[in-house]
Ligand binder design. Structure first.
Ligand code: Q9C
Ligand code: ZN
Length: 691
């Protein structure tokens, strides 16, 4: 039955095709990305009479020539042929060579249909034949790289459609495309395909968990902002953890996405619409409600004259995805005003992430340079009565690629307690340490230290964390930490501040107690020799790591990336750098600072300061390298006596591993210091030189 014609009705395309259900696991193994996903969505829409009110379309296979704009010929050939008879015996093995991929007899056809369908509806929306559309497709696409299937994705459906509009249909006037990827996973494939292309603004909000959440690489970091002409046109909002819900997403919409969309003024919006951040999703561990999705969508309809295409990506709870797509369909049909309410406040970490993203991108998008109101920043951490949603989060442990030991309990603990640990006790309570019991039961107001300057003097020696007062003192002094090794790569260094791990690291770092981002980053060269020594680290595996010769020499030149951090954070970095290697199992604990305020004067005077407490560590020697903005530049390296031991062979000297080398090169290149070739030559040269 055709929809009654009404010129004011919005024409919404709805695409579903049963043939995309033929892609399934080869022997009926249970898998979250299964045909029932799109069946459940379709059934739900039918039961609500949605198709009757939409323009229903069926799928069309994409042509190779269009797929070739984003995928290599080799990849297209593989997907084209993988379902043919002659691959029957090899399919399993080939799939196993990819990360999280299966193939069967229906995979080829479904992949071509998924890509072709998104192209088809995008073209119709671009033309104006439709106002908006939903493509209920599978397999999903956003993880697929130009030459690699991964993460349940074979062809990158959305990227293919975007390229098609820009390159093959110029007459439609689509010059700028906003891709919003709200799947709970980072859209690595799409990011890479448009990384230097300003015609596509790629925005992804995803769980990152400091690089531990699938696809578990540094690509999802907020530092990845695009390059060349595409610089500023790639925006990542990386959650530090699960539990994010409507309030967190709406905050990101209001404070990042919408201001940027406003000034970018896209001609069309393509949504990589995964629903695995939905409440009760077995993989995502987040909790967006159908109402949340409808709000996120509604807020986007104010742009691009409402030209919106939603393409299904992930989403693995059948009921959640069906309810969520239904809510979105109703928004596109402009049913009636939205009804619902947002239950929780954004997490404390959400404001931190939003600020980091805004800070990173403010030179490209002036709307982001306004400081967020302070009220938002201090008053919005979730109250203690937060519900611990263990059932939906427990699955997320499975998704934590690196960390079997990361428990949900720990996350909640940090999230709830940490904001309190930053508070000082009020005067009535002075002399008493705040205990956990106190926090859980005492409803009396807690006073911010800024509002109560005398509290410092009243503080007992031990505060909440069981560590001495030094943290509070050193948190008020800033220094430049000069990095010359893997920390030159910002996402790598941030592991020492925020915790977690990046590509190439064997194990996660605990992070600093104060997780706030560096207040500045600048580069410099210093007249010291860079060399590689030792032979194995717990963090990087086999191979030597970078050291700086403690004595300067005007003929030497080492690149240095300097981070403006607090002296408290510098101490925490020092601690991590010195306890992450093999021999030194024992942790120093945080009873006293390794480098105190008074040490700064000493090191400035003597240029170097060997720290007795660290003499078993590898970076026990603090160097003073001058000043910048009236703040001391400090770094850490080996002692002078170790230089002699490296020379004599008493201690091992060895070149960097590939992973370590790649990280150094990445740091130098992404820090815009030198080209990749120059960086490789620089490192190789340092690795060859005699000490
Ligand atoms: N430790 C999409 O949502 N998880 N893909 C593998 C391995 C793969 C998700 C976990 C998740 C892929 C489209
Ligand atoms: Zn996903």
């Amino acid at each position: 039955m055709a929809a009654p014609e009404d010129p004011h009705r919005r024409r919404v395309g709805l695409l579903y095709d049963e043939r995309m259900c033929r892609h399934a696991t080869p022997d009926g193994e249970i898998h979250p990305e299964n045909p029932d996903r799109i069946r459940a969505i379709w059934q739900k829409l039918e039961s609500e009479g949605i198709p009757l009110r939409c323009v229903v379309l069926s799928a069309k296979e994409a042509e190779d020539k269009y797929i070739a704009s984003v995928h290599t010929a080799r990849h297209i050939k593989l997907i084209k042929n993988i379902s043919s008879k002659k691959f029957n015996s090899q399919r399993l093995r080939i799939a196993s060579e990819f990360n999280s991929i299966y193939f069967n007899k229906g995979s080829s056809e479904a992949s071509y249909l998924a890509a072709g369908s998104v192209m088809e509806v995008s073209e119709k929306v671009a033309k104006g034949d439709l106002d908006s559309a939903i493509a209920i497709v599978r397999p999903p696409g956003h993880h697929a790289e130009s030459d690699e299937a991964m993460g349940f994705c074979l062809f990158n459906n959305v990227a293919i459609a975007a390229n098609f509009l820009l390159n093959e249909r110029p007459e439609l006037g689509i010059r700028k495309i906003l891709i919003v990827d709200w799947d709970v996973h980072h859209g690595n494939g799409t990011q890479n395909m448009f990384y230097n292309d300003p015609r596509v603004l790629f925005f992804s909000v995803h769980r990152f968990d400091f690089g531990m959440f699938y696809p578990a690489s540094g690509d999802g970091s907020y530092c990845m902002i695009g390059e060349g002409p595409g610089a500023g046109y790639n925006i990542n909002v990386p959650w530090e953890q699960g539990q994010c819900g409507d309030a967190d997403y709406v905050a990101v919409w209001d404070h990042v996405l919408l201001p940027v969309a406003e000034s970018y003024d896209p001609d069309i919006i393509l949504i990589s619409a995964g629903f695995d951040a939905a409440v009760d999703d077995p993989l995502g561990g987040c909790c967006i409600t159908p109402y949340g999705y409808s709000l996120m969508l509604k807020k986007l309809m104010g742009f691009a004259q409402g030209k919106i295409v939603m393409a299904l990506e992930g989403g693995y709870n059948l009921k959640s995805i069906a309810d969520s797509v239904l809510a979105c369909a109703k928004v596109l049909l402009e049913e009636k005003p939205l009804v619902g309410s947002i239950k929780a406040q954004p997490l404390e970490s959400t404001w931190r992430v939003i600020q980091e993203v805004r800070h990173e991108l403010k030179t490209f998008w002036p709307a982001l340079s306004v400081e967020l109101p302070q009220k938002v920043l201090v008053s919005n951490w979730r109250p203690c009565s937060v519900e611990l949603n263990l059932s939906s989060s427990s699955e997320s442990i499975v998704e934590n690629d690196g960390g079997a030991s990361v428990t949900i309990c720990a996350t909640n603990f940090v999230e709830i307690i940490e904001p309190l640990s930053k508070l000082n006790i009020d005067e009535d309570n002075h002399g008493k340490a705040i205990t956990l019991d106190h926090i859980a039961t005492d409803k009396s107001p807690v006073v911010l230290s800024e509002e109560c300057p005398n509290a410092q003097a009243l503080m007992p020696d031990k505060n909440v964390d069981g560590c001495t007062r030094w943290r509070s003192v050193l948190s008020k002094t800033e220094v430049w930490y000069g990095s010359y090794g893997s920390n030159m790569w910002k996402p790598g260094f941030l592991c020492y501040i925020k915790g977690g791990k990046v590509e190439g690291m064997n194990e996660p770092c605990p992070g600093s107690q104060d997780k706030s981002s560096p207040k500045g980053v600048i580069w410099k060269t210093v007249p010291h020799q860079l060399f590689f020594a030792r032979s194995l680290t717990r963090t990087w595996g086999k191979g030597g790591v970078a050291f700086l010769h403690p004595e300067s020499n005007k003929n030497d030149k080492a690149y240095m990336c300097m981070y403006r951090i607090t002296l408290e954070q510098f101490n925490d970095v020092l601690l991590q750098e010195n306890s992450l290697h093999q021999e030194n199992g024992k942790s120093q604990g945080a009873g006293a600072p390794l480098l105190d305020l008074s040490d700064i004067g000493v090191v400035a005077e003597n240029k170097s300061l060997p720290l007795e407490a660290l003499k078993a560590g590898w970076y026990s020697n603090i160097l003073y390298l001058g000043e910048e903005d009236n703040l001391p530049i400090l770094t850490m390296t080996c002692s002078c006596s170790e230089i002699d031991q490296f020379r004599s062979g008493e201690l091992p000297v060895s070149g960097p591993s590939n992973d370590y080398m790649n990280t150094l090169v990445r740091g130098l290149v992404e820090g815009k210091q030198i080209t990749r070739e120059e960086a490789i030559a620089y490192i190789n040269d340092a690795a060859m030189r005699e000490l």
